[in-house]
Design a protein around this ligand. Sequence first.
Ligand SMILES: [Zn+2]
Length: 105
Amino acid sequence: MQLDHDIEEEIAAARDHIRRAVLAAFCGVLRTTRFQPMTVLSFAAMAVGSIYREIADTHCDGQGCPCGWEPCGAADIDALLTALATTAQLRPEIDLRLVKAAGKA
Ligand SMILES: [Zn+2]
């Protein structure tokens, strides 16, 4: 179905966009500091957690956003942890040319 295909493409494009932004930030921090990769990755995970908190808070006050999303605290955090764990265990097809273009890794 075309609609499903369009949504799948939109999801893939959004994921790729965010991944490239985080990878560029990771490589930039790694290149300009003495932090180890795992430390910098922890900063990225902390950024996601703090962004979740900030966005969830704006949806809890009843006046922040009209989209209708209702944060579910523990369930949302479980979903984020699952996303992190499952993708960390996957071995994506890494294009080292992109990593080198974004900085050292
Ligand atoms: Zn919203």
